[in-house]
Design a binder for this molecule. Structure first.
Ligand code: F6P
Length: 542
């Protein structure tokens, strides 16, 4: 497709700079709400399964209009259409990027026959594993790393309420043996299924752990490795060479961090079953359709991606914190770290030109309310402004576990506490507290001897700190699918504005290559040609 102009060469970019220098920089949320009674409604978006309150962000109608102009100037709609049509937009690897084809209904997307052929076989197999009485399987161990680990590792606990009782899922990723050892200690070979998940089937960590698992299996008296080891990969030959006879394939047009929808989702499919897995895909598909068809100013992934650009390149915010107020989403921030930072952590554009502007923010977070008792202090009173993304879930699903009525009543009460905490945090970030307000409040734990004016300054909050709140009705297979797809398209949007290739990851290669060069030096001790620091550390660690 034709080259779009660089985002910072567009008229819209200059207009945004002018707007920022004018009143964009000084926008005060408290005043904005006081001035405009309709601000919440005006900045609320209902996307499939996900409602978003964007009103506590440092933007207004003008910002939004200019950001949409920027999206148009950067050819976002054409770039999105090229993505969805399967054009080879991953230019450095000459590949299409078609994770959306994995959730298209039969007959509706590219490669439909291949996609649905594998999906049908995968789900049929997942059902046989779930039938513990017939399969004898009680424990499933996924061995993979990065995109071959983080997706299932995040989604399985998220959908715990929909999972097969009595079936335990484990995840091993790190080449550090301290990862696999405690897992193996819980297993019996005859009731364990190992899934070796690797797009390339060459990744050092995964291959090492697969060998460790097979050595353990045989040493512990396991027989029939063909039944107890299954592969998920695009490299069917390498899986066969490892000795795996049952393999589910996928394709080079599925990026690792976008692969949860493919056979990489096998652990999730085993946990939640075929019907729920199809609902998970359908939720993502609904978000795909929203992304493809909603007008830009009502298109949630587009708006979130544009907000990211606004914060990163105009406000200069270097990080974004994600706070899911649902314990099932405790691994969601880690999942987003790969999705966002591996996709958009780039310093050249798709043409290879130095960008000279900020790209991916640091994405980090922790399940609420735990984060409140750790780093929220910094969010409220630290010197950096860090936009926070709250994810609230209206209805619980833990009652599906069949709780006694008195326990269910207690947990219903806890859920209200959880939601109140979530709202209170976004409110506190925005409202803050002046030193005068602090001075008039009683603070029983505060020093009685310190100058009250000094104390009040310690107890004041700047406020005007931005946040977005996403609301799901319940955390279900369908809503989780939509939520993940929302983030995928948001990352695409900011990447498209920056003009980068969001689908390669050359930045992980150098470390891999140097690791391979260092490995023999651990045996030989040869430090010739190494810098003094690496040589000194090598000597110490041998
Ligand atoms: O970290 C680099 C990376 O290539 C990721 O993009 C990928 O998800 C991960 O390694 C695992 O790769 P594979 O699935 O080929 O083992």
């Amino acid at each position: 497709m034709p080259t779009a102009p660089r985002c910072d060469d567009t008229i819209a970019w200059s207009a945004l700079q002018g707007h920022f220098q004018g009143h964009g920089r000084t926008l005060d949320l408290r005043e904005a709400f006081a001035r405009d009674a309709g601000r919440f409604e005006a900045l609320a978006v209902q996307a499939p399964e996900v409602f978003a309150d964007l009103s506590k962000n440092l933007w207004d109608g003008t910002t939004l209009r200019l950001l949409i102009e920027l999206a148009q100037a950067c050819d976002l709609p054409a770039r999105r259409d090229a993505l969805l049509a399967g054009e080879p937009i991953n230019s450095t690897e000459g590949r299409a990027v078609l994770h959306t084809a994995l959730r298209a209904p039969r007959g509706a997307g590219p490669f439909s026959d291949e996609v649905h052929g594998v999906l049908d076989a995968l789900l049929a197999y997942a059902e046989t594993v779930r039938d513990g009485a017939a399969s004898g399987i009680t424990d499933v161990v996924n061995i993979g790393i990065g995109g071959s680990d983080l997706g299932p590792q995040m989604a399985v606990p998220a959908l715990q309420a929909f999972s097969q009782p009595g079936l335990r899922l484990h995840f091993v990723s790190n080449v550090d043996g301290h990862d696999i050892v405690p897992v193996l200690a819980k297993l019996k070979p005859e009731s364990t299924l190992f899934i070796v998940a690797s797009k390339t089937f060459t990744t050092q960590e995964t291959m090492a752990n697969a060998h460790a698992a097979r050595a353990w299996f045989l040493a512990a008296g396991g027989t029939d490795t063909a039944r107890h080891f299954v592969g998920v990969t695009t490299n069917l030959e390498a899986a066969a060479r490892f000795g795996i006879t049952r393999t589910f394939g996928f394709w080079d047009w599925v990026g690792g961090r976008y692969s949860l929808w493919s056979a990489i989702g096998l652990p999730l499919a085993i946990a939640i079953g075929a019907e729920n897995f199809r609902a998970f895909l359908a939720g993502a598909r609904a978000m795909d359709e929203h992304f493809a068809t909603a007008p830009l100013d009502a298109n949630l992934p587009v708006l979130l991606g544009l907000l990211d650009v606004w914060y990163r390149n105009f406000h200069g915010f270097g990080s974004r914190s994600v706070a899911p107020y649902h314990q099932g989403l405790k691994r969601f921030p880690a999942y987003l770290q790969q999705l966002e930072m591996e996709s958009n952590g780039k310093c050249v554009d798709a043409e290879g030109r130095a960008l000279g502007l900020g790209t991916s923010p640091v994405v980090w977070g922790e399940a609420g309310t735990n984060g409140q008792h750790a780093y929220f202090q910094m969010l409220h009173q630290g010197t950096d402004v860090i936009p926070v993304e709250f994810i609230a879930v209206k209805h619980t699903t833990h009652e599906r576990a069949g709780l006694a009525p008195e326990v269910a009543a207690q947990l219903a009460d806890q859920h209200v506490k959880l939601l109140a905490n979530c709202l209170a945090q976004s409110q506190a970030l925005m409202l803050g507290k002046t030193a005068d307000e602090a001075a008039t409040e009683s603070a029983p734990t505060a020093s009685k001897t310190l100058d009250p004016a000094v104390l009040a300054r310690h107890r004041s909050f700047p406020g005007n700190r931005p946040s977005t709140t996403l609301v799901l009705e319940a955390l279900t297979p369908r809503s989780l699918g939509a939520l993940i797809a929302l983030y995928e398209h948001r990352v695409f949007t900011s990447g498209a504005i920056w003009g980068i290739n969001s689908f390669d990851q050359w930045g992980v290669e150098l470390g891999k290559a140097l690791c391979n060069q260092l490995l023999p030096r651990f045996a030989s001790g040869d430090a010739a040609g190494l810098d003094a620091s690496t040589a000194g550390l090598l000597a110490r660690l041998r």
